[in-house]
Design a protein around this ligand. Structure first.
Ligand SMILES: [Fe+2]
Ligand SMILES: [Fe+2]
Length: 238
């Protein structure tokens, strides 16, 4: 019942948004680019992970192909609104996570790679898509609904692998969390104003991200106390 009311409210909100206004399209040029770049990074990262984890190669290659499809879907969303994505902005936006993934991959630190891609980037995507869907234009809503369902399976891949290797991964996960969670916080702050134009609230994004990320850490094997401690590292960037 509550959910139904929320859905109605969101639909009213979406009905009020002028998707063709210059203000909306300007903000969309950056948000859309972030999403396209995020899917591109994910595509590349899963190809790299397939090299690092030969026993999971087929599945990881399959995930990388899904990410490529997602990218194409979001490119279509931009075209549909006649928006040119600002890819330069998006490259810089992802630079921190990109560099840390590359460094970890070059050193064969597969646990760090999994934390960055299958936990942080997937949780970031899931949070953003969950908050976007109710206020998206009808074309983008359909595409995003299909994408988010698949992102949950990518998050699940990371959770299962890290759970199976929890004892040997724990220390590296803690260090990777310490290095990368503050970057996500900066990214959320950086996107706040543009997201607001799209009727996406930063508080809702942060909340959804922390719920997904906390649940993932719990599924991997961390205790509630560990999760509180790990989550607190995000605040250091605030
Ligand atoms: Fe994706
Ligand atoms: Fe994904």
């Amino acid at each position: 019942m509550q959910q139904l009311k929320e859905q109605e409210l969101n639909q009213e909100l979406a009905a009020e948004i002028d998707f063709r206004s210059e203000k909306y399209k300007d903000a969309y040029s950056r948000i859309n680019a972030i999403v396209i770049e995020g899917e591109f990074e994910a595509h590349e990262n899963y190809i790299k992970l397939a090299e690092l984890l030969p026993e999971n190669k087929d599945e990881l290659v399959r995930l990388s192909k899904m990410e490529q499809r997602h990218k194409k879907g979001f490119e279509a969303c931009g075209r549909n609104l006649q928006v040119t994505p600002d890819m330069q902005f998006a490259k810089e936006f992802f630079a921190g996570l990109h560099e840390n993934f590359q460094t970890a991959a070059a050193s064969g630190n597969v646990v760090t790679c999994l934390l960055i891609q299958s936990l942080i980037i997937e949780c970031f995507a899931i949070a953003a898509y969950n908050i976007y869907i109710p206020v998206a234009d009808p074309f983008a809503r359909k595409i995003t609904e299909g994408v988010v369902a698949e992102e949950y399976t990518h998050l699940n891949f990371g959770e299962v692998w890290l759970n199976e290797n929890f004892a040997s991964s724990k220390a590296e996960l803690e260090e990777a969390n310490r290095q990368n969670l503050p970057i996500v916080w900066k990214m959320l702050n950086q996107v706040e104003d543009d997201a607001a134009v799209l009727a996406m609230e930063k508080e809702a994004l942060v909340e959804d991200f922390m719920i997904q990320y906390g649940e993932a850490l719990s599924n991997i094997g961390f205790t509630t106390r560990d999760i509180m401690r790990l989550s607190a590292y995000g605040l250091r960037a605030a």
